[in-house]
Design a protein around this ligand. Structure first.
Ligand SMILES: NC(=O)c1ccc[n+]([C@@H]2O[C@H](COP(=O)([O-])OP(=O)(O)OC[C@H]3O[C@@H](n4cnc5c(N)ncnc54)[C@H](O)[C@@H]3O)[C@@H](O)[C@H]2O)c1
Length: 474
């Protein structure tokens, strides 16, 4: 990942997530153009970043300032490879009748128009392989009372993400977003101090039982910005500890007595090789995935589709031989035949969805007390749910929901379940995404779906889509 010439522009750099982004992109070898409206905080940040980086004071509510600042960045660095639109005004938590028009419009100006103008200006200096990552919010996907302006601004930003991804696909510029749940930053600390949020109550509502650390949001952004995600565009990745996949009254996680350690500090990464089972595989695409995990030192076992007794037996043997399963990859959906007759619906569902359920049930007996990962990888029918691919589409929808249900059930036990929707032509890119999702860098991602489809799912009309062209992308 090291490329000292690359430049990342990070807005809201002096905030909680902004600092983690600066640190992370420096680790990836980038020079940083750090933007923030808070000049003293920016100077203090720059002093910590070291040589080769520069700060720019800029108010994202001002188009004039954005145009001038991006021109200064380009003059100073000569290129822009990544733009992370991270700055935002937080939620006011005001009721509708207490919200002024100025306050509402300002949130839209800073949180939606500002990032769009930043992208417009930055794209003038971007080449093929460049990426824009927008830091949206779960509040832009799920409704909440008293978040009117903030939530609307983030939903609009998500829409802009998809629009720009479509528009710039032919230029080889990718546009994606992350949608964080609650993150322990000054923004949230401010809400807690003002008694506008009760964090103990929030932790009980999160299946993982804790808030995210800023570095966990930064890790997702770094992946989306990297060449490993070169077929990911128009995608919005929730990084929310499972919040969005829990739909029950009451607590998603038992109450915790104090602030969990994993919320304050990144746990020590284990260097041990993992035991990875690729279930329902055996085809070319799952072989590519297996090879990628093997290449990084994991022990990989590929199980071909089998009946219940044989699957049970296979996991019993794995448990005896290796002592555990760290990662289960359900690849049956990836290898599913392209059935196109209503009569084939049940057999396709059995070969894919039921097979995935069976593997997860048996693998759970072998997973460690905490830290297990399940990935459901499906191959999306081109153009979405189309009549000619009804069985495949139904299997994918069912499998995605299965993953979400299991994420909600298993988060408290420390097992993450993530769905990966790939497009058939990109097995290497699906493998790269699987590697990230199964890694400690994705530690707050559960119940989410990542689309690795060259932007197909972002296009409203697939027939008119300008398919993302990755020629010459590094
Ligand atoms: N913290 C959370 O729980 C959470 C949850 C979901 C999404 N997010 C999003 O993550 C991003 C970062 O949030 P954070 O928690 O690090 O917040 P933060 O308040 O710690 O940082 C925000 C930064 O943006 C800067 N900023 C604010 N208005 C600006 C403007 N007009 N022009 C330029 N810079 C401006 C601030 O000075 C600050 O440094 C935001 O987009 C936020 O909406 C945060």
């Amino acid at each position: 990942m090291q490329n000292p010439a690359k430049v990342a522009v990070i807005t809201g750099a002096a905030g909680g997530i902004g600092r983690a982004l600066c640190q992370g992109f420096i680790e990836d070898g980038y020079r940083i153009a750090a933007l923030d409206v808070d000049a003293p905080a920016l100077s203090e940040l720059l002093a910590q970043l070291g040589e080769g980086h520069q700060g720019f004071t800029c108010d994202l509510a001002s188009e004039t300032q954005i145009v001038a600042t991006v021109a200064q960045v380009a003059a100073r660095f000569g290129r822009i490879d990544v733009l992370v639109n991270n700055a935002a005004l937080g939620p006011s938590m005001a009721a509708t009748c207490d919200t002024t028009l100025e306050g509402f419009a300002l949130a839209l100006a800073v949180n939606t128009l500002g990032p769009t103008l930043m992208a417009r200006e930055a794209a003038r200096h971007m080449g093929r392989g460049a990426a824009v990552v927008n830091v949206a919010s779960l509040a832009g996907l799920l409704a909440n009372p008293k978040r009117n302006a903030y939530a609307s601004s983030k939903a609009a930003l998500i829409s802009m993400t998809r629009s720009l991804a479509c528009e710039w696909a032919e230029r080889g510029i990718r546009v994606t977003a992350v949608a964080p749940g609650y993150v322990l930053t000054p923004m949230v600390a401010g809400l807690e101090q003002a008694a506008k949020v009760d964090l103990q109550q929030v932790r009980r509502r999160i299946p993982m039982g804790r808030l995210a650390r800023p570095d966990e949001i930064a890790a997702a952004v770094r992946f989306l910005a990297s060449a490993e995600a070169r077929q990911v565009t128009g995608s919005v990745l929730p990084v929310d500890g499972g919040w969005a996949c829990f739909n029950q009254p009451g607590d998603a996680h038992p109450p915790v007595a104090s602030v969990p350690d994993a919320e304050r500090h990144r746990p020590q990464a284990s260097a041990a090789a993992r035991v990875v089972v690729v279930s329902g595989g055996g085809g070319a695409a799952s072989e590519v995935i297996a090879a990628r995990f093997r290449a990084q030192g994991d022990t990989v076992i590929v199980l071909e589709p089998q009946a219940e007794a044989a699957v049970r037996q296979a996991f019993a043997v794995i448990q005896r031989q290796y002592g555990r399963v760290d990662v289960l990859i359900n690849a049956a959906l990836l290898e599913a035949p392209r059935a196109d007759h209503p009569e084939s619906l049940m057999s396709t569902l059995n070969r894919t969805l039921t097979a995935a359920f069976l593997s997860i049930r048996e693998a759970l007996n072998c997973m460690p007390v905490s830290g297990g990962v399940v990935l459901n990888i499906g191959s999306l029918p081109a153009g979405g749910t189309v009549a000619a691919r009804q069985a495949q589409a139904a299997a994918w929808q069912g499998s995605e929901m299965l993953g979400r249900c299991q994420a909600a059930e298993l988060a408290a036990a420390g097992v993450r379940v993530v769905n990966l929707a790939g497009a058939a032509p990109y097995p290497g890119d699906i493998a790269a995404a699987a590697l990230f999702l199964a890694s400690a860098s994705a530690s707050y991602i559960t119940g989410a779906t990542l689309y690795v489809d060259g932007g197909r799912s972002a296009f409203a009309n697939a027939a008119q889509a300008a398919i993302f062209d990755d020629t010459e992308v590094a």
